[in-house]
Design a protein around this ligand. Structure first.
Ligand code: PGU
Length: 459
């Protein structure tokens, strides 16, 4: 459009506005050139009707977005008035009574923080709470990790696991020569979106075999073997989401050898440390074998599940480098990613974590509570398996007790899931994943009835 046309359109729209804006009822023949009377007026009249009000919204074209495939399940659950409804969608721990759990050790740490008058609410540094970062690296890599001792780790506090993945992804998009990241098929639904928006190109590698309901190890090795040298590989440190299927220690070793021999760059997502086996060290073994070989890697840690700090959004990104001077420069660049994104992270959750991790007594208390959560989940697996066996539900359900971590990947299809939601008010993701932590001894029979009905009536 040329300048004359633009002027013409503007004049026309001024005229239209003038014609359709109603004149104030009490005003004395005001013309458009007159200054608006200021005194003795109804205050409402002082606010001229917005010209935009006469037109449709400038956002009128915005289409309704879909609900999130995981968090949207909770939205639907909340709307259901049924007293028997069960939410097995989101991976969030619930007690036997079906209630969210704040760990005792978290309450205690919060009390300590509240009682400490020296605590202030100043901004944290861009990289977060220094103590928290050191303790988080120790937690995932082990206190005796050579990488930590040699100061080769750059750790930054981020907004839980998701924020750590996002910051890591953006750092790689800016500073790493290979922009393709291979993620397992299937994986947590947010992974492809996080990495694509971070500026990486996302490809998948085979991971799960629906026929065996186990790991497609051959497919995994073939796909990573065919990946271009230098490609980034996303690995779930433990308790793979959504399948609950992890490689064995021997398979991890073969994966490590392949990744190192091809010069691929491992990026671990550790959202469930301690939730798989109940042991923090055992669940970090996959990461630690990669650190032990001296090579480089990234790790995104979340305290959402293992400390129950979901809404506090507390996590850490660590980049293990070859040398201390590289780690210093990497950290300086991480700051440049973080500063324009959210400036610096929140203080409260990180202070809770640091308080718990730095004191032997609170640390031990935490491990006991963590183990109790992991054990309750394992007990739910057994109860559900037994309940299906007792009902003679067709199919082999042994994967329920074989799978690891928070989820069972049931093998139920999306129609069966829809049926269970409609007829039994059981809410779960459409891929057939159930969050075992959302179950209790009281709700197991209802779920088993629903699965039995779904399997026997819906194909
Ligand atoms: N990585 C994996 C593998 C996850 O399962 C999750 C959470 C995250 C990262 C992100 O966790 P943060 O809360 O950011 O620390 N997945 C859960 C929780 C709900 C969700 O989708 O965010 C789930 O139900 O899959």
């Amino acid at each position: 459009m040329d300048a004359a046309n633009v002027r013409g359109v503007r004049r026309l729209s001024t005229l239209v506005r003038h014609l359709i804006v109603p004149s104030p009822p009490s005003s004395s023949s005001s013309s458009s050139t007159e200054a608006p009377p200021m005194a003795s007026q109804n205050p409402n009249d002082l606010v001229a009707p917005s010209p935009a009000a006469a037109f449709s919204s400038v956002f009128a074209h915005v289409a309704q977005g879909p609900e999130d495939p995981i968090l949207g399940v909770t939205v639907a659950y909340n709307k259901d008035p049924s007293p028997v409804k069960v939410n097995l969608g989101v991976g969030a721990y619930r007690t036997e009574e079906g209630k969210p759990l704040v760990l005792n050790v978290v309450r205690k740490a919060e009390q300590m923080l509240v009682n400490d008058p020296s605590r202030v609410k100043e901004y944290l540094p861009i990289t977060g709470l220094a103590d928290f970062n050191k303790l988080s690296a120790k937690l995932i890599f082990g206190a005796d990790s050579p990488a930590i001792q040699e100061n080769r780790v750059a750790t930054v506090q981020c907004l839980s696991g998701t924020g750590s993945l996002r910051v890591g992804g953006e750092f790689l998009a800016r500073h790493y020569h290979e922009r393709t990241i291979y993620i397992p098929l299937p994986t947590w639904g947010n992974h492809p979106k996080v990495f694509t928006l971070a500026g990486l190109s996302v490809k998948t590698y085979r991971y799960y075999d629906p026929a065996t309901r186990g790991l497609n190890f051959q497919g995994l090795i073939e796909d990573l073997g065919a990946a271009p040298s230098g490609a980034i590989v996303l690995l779930h440190a433990c308790a793979h989401n959504p399948t609950g299927v992890d490689p064995t220690p021997e398979q991890w070793e073969q994966i490590r050898q392949l990744i190192r021999s091809k010069g691929l760059l491992p990026f671990f997502d550790s959202a469930y440390q301690g939730f798989a086996s109940g042991s923090l060290d055992a669940d970090a073994q996959s990461v630690r074998i990669f650190v032990a070989d001296g090579g480089e890697l990234l790790t995104a840690q979340s305290y959402a599940k293992n400390m129950g700090l979901y809404g506090e959004r507390v996590g850490a990104l660590s980049i293990v480098c070859r040398s201390a001077d590289v780690a210093v420069r990497v950290e300086s660049q991480l700051k440049l990613v973080i500063r324009p994104m959210y400036s610096n992270p929140p203080i409260h959750g990180a202070s809770i974590v640091a308080t718990i991790l730095k004191d032997r007594e609170t640390y031990n208390e935490w491990t006991i509570e963590l183990k109790a959560m992991a054990d309750r989940i394992i007990s739910m697996r057994h109860q559900l398996f037994d309940a299906l066996k007792a009902r003679g539900t067709p199919g082999d359900w042994s994967h329920i007790i074989k799978q690891i971590g928070m989820f069972t990947f049931t093998g139920l299809n999306s129609q069966q899931v829809a049926f269970m939601t409609k007829d039994f008010h059981i809410y779960m993701t459409s891929d057939g994943r159930i969050s075992m932590a959302g179950l209790s001894s009281k709700t197991v029979p209802h779920l088993a009835d629903a699965i039995h009905a779904a399997v026997t009536t819906v194909n």
